[in-house]
Design a protein around this ligand. Structure first.
Ligand SMILES: N[C@@H](CCC(=O)N[C@@H](CS)C(=O)NCC(=O)O)C(=O)O
Length: 205
């Protein structure tokens, strides 16, 4: 049985959506990130990085969203959520997810999690001011250069789709109107109609 350590509103939503997409049996263990739930000795024993998501599997714990998403696609190949037999297409997919994890997520985190990088109030405020501009720059690139349509990687729905949906859901809080990116906006609305997304969002907080 898989167990996802999840906090609503965070990047772990992407993994939860894919768990529902593949229909694999799983438990969800809610972590209250706002109340320090990632810093308890119990949780640090699960993920010493002190972050969600973490996925408990029969072979051990997996962390990092791109790794968890690809693992789920691999254990459920019948769901067709990644081009597992095509090295180039799979690398392109991983490049997209890596961009979300290493650049877009980090650009967003400078608003709610600036204290990871600075202590001075003026530094934190300075970082927050940069967030709308940096997120706009990232999403302009996705809109015009990376998003193939109608799904992220083209004709086939993949593990990149719930991840883009998850990161896109942070834009409003970051002071950016998603409507400024019409293709991403259309994708966001279509994602919201999927049963797997409705189920994932319905997980009690
Ligand atoms: N690189 C990690 C980032 C994980 C991460 O930053 N998770 C955030 C939520 S989006 C978290 O756990 N924040 C709570 C905390 O820092 O205590 C991934 O992609 O999974």
């Amino acid at each position: 049985m898989l167990t996802l350590f999840h906090a609503p509103g965070t990047c772990s939503l992407a993994s939860l959506i894919i768990l529902h997409e593949v229909g694999v049996e799983h438990d969800v263990h809610l972590v209250n990130t706002m109340a320090g739930g990632t810093r308890t000795p119990e949780y640090l024993a699960i993920n010493p990085k002190g972050r969600v998501p973490a996925l408990k599997t029969e072979r051990g714990i997996l962390t990092e969203t791109p790794a968890i998403l690809l693992y789920l696609a691999q254990i459920a190949p019948q769901a067709g959520l990644a081009p597992l037999a095509d090295p180039f297409a799979l690398a392109e997919l991983q490049a997209f997810n890596s961009y979300l994890a290493s650049t877009v997520h980090v650009a967003h985190a400078h608003r709610p999690r600036g204290s990871r990088w600075a202590d001075e109030e003026s530094s934190l405020e300075d970082m927050k001011r940069r967030v709308p501009g940096n997120m706009t720059e990232c999403f302009n690139l996705i809109e015009t250069g990376m998003f193939k349509g109608p799904w992220v990687m083209g004709e086939t729905y993949t593990i990149a789709d719930p991840y883009l949906y998850t990161v896109g859901s942070w834009l409003a809080g970051d002071g950016v109107d998603i409507a400024a990116f019409p293709r991403v906006h259309d994708h966001f609305k279509r994602m919201g109609q999927r049963e797997a997304v409705k189920k994932a969002l319905g997980t009690p907080a």
